[in-house]
Design a protein around this ligand. Structure first.
Ligand code: EPZ
Length: 414
């Protein structure tokens, strides 16, 4: 298992270009199952989860060729409608094959994704709404067995604006009979990008990015070429890293409007930033503590909670972060405390007393975004830190040690 060795205290400078959004690419990759024509995806990031998704598509009979810079996917001859446990257990997002397989083939056998470090991650919203569209769902031996002669469009009211459920149901509705309306839909930019991708194959989706999405079912989808949006979470991680290391750093290749909730929190902290349409530059800033609560988009994203907490450790005064999306997303707290942070947990909130210096320590990754928070802390800690189990990090950050090294960090993978 790889580790990262980081010597802290270096100022960063220059420009970090973010890669395409992992959380846009994953549903889009599975959306290709809906079409019988060739699809081309441009500049996908080289991430573990992307490789896992391509592996799953190939196991089902898809022909995938070319490089990640221009990946050609042909799902004409899918001959297996199953996502096995050994793949699903490494990547929960595999559940997103369910909607496309049900819509195009009328059947799917997908392993229940099970929980992960940050929570139980149930899929009840997905399943109950597939039933509303006429699917029969049976849970047997840890698998979801779903069948539907022909999915029928329906009025769906999501009990929570689940990102995955919105994506799964939107993909299923594309080939269903009649119109589907998804109320209380998630509004994340990745949902909009998925809808744009599906529409470019001939789907008829409107309202994406709002809480009511309308999908008029059609017979079949065609081909398209699509370049997914930049990764706003990777961008946020680098913006927070620039502020934490007191650097002048440009982060580019993403839509800054996708991070407006983070930027308003950072402005409240006193961060100096120059924000353009597709790039932001941060400057050394005196920061003060604030309060933040994670919410569904466009609120403050849960995927940036751990990284903001690390920055709050450097801010002057007390900060409070409340996690309202996942039930166990404070796994980074004990590791940050080992690096000298002063954080107290009270139920869903973490109280951070800022102003202390981080000290280097051997720490361990537990989940993707917690890992990013530890890398950030190590970049400013005195001395040399070793971060183990960085396979968590490789799920969502393409070549992070290369990107950070190029802007001056002392970081190497062993
Ligand atoms: C997506 O996960 C992202 N993953 C997550 O990013 C992100 O944290 C999450 O959305 C919230 O923004 C991908 O896009 C691949 P949800 P997802 O369904 O779809 C509950 C990362 O770091 N829920 O919106 O699984 C659930 O338990 C990852 O890149 C149900 O109760 O998130 C959670 O508490 C981590 N029943 C809340 O909703 C359901 O059927 C949000 O889950 C579905 C969800």
């Amino acid at each position: 298992m790889d580790s990262l060795i980081i010597r802290g205290g270096k100022k960063l400078s220059g420009e970090l270009k973010v890669s395409a959004s992992k959380n846009a690419c994953l549903p889009i990759l599975f959306g290709t199952l809906l079409s019988e024509d060739k699809v081309e995806l441009i500049s996908l990031p080289s991430l573990r989860d992307i490789n896992t998704s391509v592996k799953l598509l190939r196991e089902m009979g898809a022909v995938v060729s070319g490089e990640l810079s221009a990946l050609k996917i042909d799902c004409k001859n899918i001959n297996k409608t199953e996502a096995p446990y050994d793949l699903v257990k490494t990547m929960r997002a595999s559940i997103l094959v369910l909607g496309p397989l049900l819509a195009r083939f009328g059947k799917a056998k997908v392993s229940l994704p099970g929980g992960c470090a940050i929570g139980g991650r149930p899929v009840d919203i997905h399943l109950s709404n597939f039933e509303k569209m006429g699917a029969s769902i049976k849970l047997e031996n840890g698998y979801i067995n779903a069948k539907a002669k022909k999915l029928v469009g329906a009025h769906l009211d999501l009990s929570f604006p689940s990102v995955g459920a919105t994506e799964n149901l939107m993909m299923a509705a594309v080939l269903a009979e009649g119109e589907t309306i998804i109320n209380n839909a998630a509004k994340e930019p990745e949902i909009e990008d998925l809808a744009d991708f599906l529409n470019s194959m001939g789907a008829n989706i409107s309202g994406q990015g709002t809480s009511t999405i309308k999908i008029a079912g059609i017979e079949k989808l065609g081909s398209c070429t699509h370049k997914p949006i930049g990764d706003r979470i990777e961008a946020a991680t680098f913006v927070l890293t620039g502020l934490l290391t007191n650097s002048s750093l440009k982060v580019s290749n993403f839509k800054t409007k996708h991070l407006s909730s983070l930027f308003s929190i950072l402005k409240e902290m006193g961060a100096k930033m120059q924000i353009e349409e597709n790039e932001v530059t941060v400057f050394p800033s005196e920061l003060k503590g604030v309060e933040a609560t994670t919410m569904p988009y466009p609120g403050f994203p849960t995927d940036i909670q751990a990284q903001l907490m690390t920055l709050m450790c450097r801010a002057n005064g007390v900060s409070v972060i409340t996690e309202k999306i996942f039930e166990n997303r404070f796994m980074h707290v004990p590791e940050l405390i080992r690096m000298g942070a002063n954080i107290k947990l009270e139920g869903k909130s973490a109280i951070i007393s800022g102003g202390d210096e981080f000290v280097s320590a051997p720490v361990m990754c537990t989940d993707l975004r917690a890992s990013a928070a530890l890398v950030m802390a190590a970049l400013v800690a005195k001395g040399e830190s070793t971060i183990s189990r960085i396979y968590h990090l490789d799920r969502g950050y393409e070549n992070i040690e290369i990107k950070l090294g190029e802007v001056g960090a002392d970081i190497k993978r062993v």
